[in-house]
Ligand binder design. Structure first.
Ligand SMILES: Cc1cc2nc3c(=O)[nH]c(=O)nc-3n(C[C@H](O)[C@H](O)[C@H](O)COP(=O)(O)O)c2cc1C
Ligand code: SF4
Length: 446
């Protein structure tokens, strides 16, 4: 590999000055050229702080070249199938099962044997991290039938079985904490849904606007649910701030028309998130992983757009968040939901990849990407090119809970899921989630 130009090297290292004589800089540019060839430009840019520090140390201790590396450079610096970590949470690989409402819990939100077995099957299938379905943290925050609850201590024993099912099969597991807010199911909760601003009328259902006491109670309920998750053996929690649910509604100008400290400027709209993260931290300690799933945009007129979504994520990072999962869309009233249909080729996969680049460039904490990822080469490129750190999937793992083991064993064909969303049918009917397309195929050719 010939040396790259000094100009290109300075650009990659993000600096206009590197110490060293002309000969030493020439040697450094050869080394950087090798690293670009092996690992790609994004890798070099990502590790430039470390590379520069090593270079300075090398010049001080031993000006002789070549530049020593703490680890030999590798062809694939972040292989999907190798162990990785989010904070102190060690994962066997970089594959994440994105939160998926299985509609298998009891009417009061208690975990059932079927849900425990579903969790065990996912863990046996090789995924590194399982994120549970959205668990409602207050009774009036339930979104749909069969949803898991995290609103009472009595639910902890069932949650403990779920966490154990993941651990016994080598996976880590987070509890996703949620409140449906505007989109809560009155037919199940028996009370009118609460809203960030009652003036917002997207349908005919009357809603009650949250007062200051409601907001205080909400923050406390998230913290109490996180304590339950920890007591049940979950490895961390994920705040559901996406898909149009309550923590998304606070951020979204479409839903949030408040005139108090929780409305108006983005810093106010993100106040409840910052308070929630701090309250959780106080309750579970500094080491417990606290993640958030956020919308990069709502895909609704007047909704959240990427610049403000990123600003909110940065505020959450400052408040102590450990990783962001990036999604988009809303459950209703949006151009797109989170689970898009019509993913037929690699170009249509990873449909948040452009937004992910924006987030990755600014966030210091790991980024998990979800949305239409179906092929291993796409997943590999996303991580190798530094678009994200972890790969999350939902529907592919409904159809094939053992997809990661299949890929690991060398069968690298793309996921069988056809992204037709027929699996929402049984979930909405409260029958429990399953792949309708696979079941139909099986019936046609037994
Ligand atoms: C049946 C079903 C239930 C879902 N439930 C949740 C949920 O509880 N929480 C959540 O954050 N996202 C939920 N999602 C969205 C997924 O986590 C994911 O963001 C989306 O499906 C796109 O990823 P995919 O293309 O890999 O399916 C659900 C998706 C499906 C298909
Ligand atoms: S029904 Fe099956 S194939 Fe269709 S989206 Fe759901 S998991 Fe994928």
């Amino acid at each position: 590999m010939a040396a790259i130009s000094l100009e290109r090297m300075f650009r990659l290292l993000g600096t206009a000055a590197v110490p060293g004589t002309g000969r030493e800089l020439k040697a450094l540019s050869t080394r950087i050229g090798e690293l670009v060839e092996l690992n790609g430009e994004a890798w070099v840019r990502r590790h430039r702080g470390r590379l520069l520090a090593q270079w300075r140390r090398a010049l001080g201790a031993e000006p002789a070249l070549p530049l020593p590396m703490t680890q030999p450079p590798r062809k694939d610096p972040m292989p999907l199938f190798e162990a990785a970590a989010i904070k102190a949470m060690r994962l066997r690989n970089r594959f994440v099962r994105s939160a998926t409402w299985e509609a298998m819990a009891a009417a009061d939100g208690a975990v059932t044997a079927r849900l425990v077995e579903t969790t065990a099957a996912l863990a046996r299938g090789g995924v590194g991290l399982i994120i549970s379905s959205h668990a409602f943290i207050r009774p009036e925050g339930q979104a749909g039938p069969g949803q898991v609850g995290a609103y009472a201590d009595a639910l902890v024993p069932g949650l403990r079985q779920m966490a154990a099912a993941a651990h016994e099969n080598g996976a880590k597991i987070l509890l996703q904490l949620a409140h449906a807010g505007y989109f809560a199911a009155e037919a199940l909760t028996g009370v009118p849904p609460i809203a960030v601003s009652a003036a917002v009328r997207l349908d005919d259902t009357p809603r009650r606007e949250m007062g200051a006491a409601d907001i205080g109670a909400l923050v406390a309920a998230f913290a109490a649910a996180a304590v339950r998750a920890k007591a049940a053996g979950f490895d961390g929690v994920q705040l559901h701030c996406a898909h149009g649910y309550l923590l998304n509604q606070f951020l979204s100008p479409l839903f949030n028309r408040r005139k108090d400290d929780y409305g108006g400027a983005l810093a106010n709209r993100a106040r409840v998130h910052v308070e929630t993260i701090r309250a959780i931290r106080r309750a579970v300690g500094p080491e417990y992983p606290v993640l958030a799933k956020v919308n990069s945009r709502d895909f609704a007129e007047g909704g959240l757009e990427p610049p403000e979504a990123l600003e909110a994520a940065l505020l959450m990072e400052q408040a102590g968040l450990d990783a962001v999962e990036l999604s988009s869309g809303m459950t209703r009233h949006a151009r797109f939901g989170a689970a898009r249909t019509g993913i037929r080729n690699q170009a249509q996969e990873a449909y948040h990849r452009e937004e992910a680049k924006l987030f990755k460039a600014k966030l210091r904490i790991p980024l998990i990407l979800v949305g239409g990822i179906r092929s291993l080469p796409v997943a590999e490129r996303l991580v190798r090119e530094g678009v994200c750190d972890f790969i999350a999937m939902s529907r592919p793992l409904i159809r094939e809970p053992d997809l990661i083991n299949r890929w690991t064993s060398g069968d690298r064909r793309k996921a069988a899921c056809t992204s037709d969303n027929l699996c929402f049918g049984p979930a909405r009917r409260g029958e429990g989630l399953y792949c309708v397309t696979a079941a139909r195929k099986k019936r046609r050719s037994p």
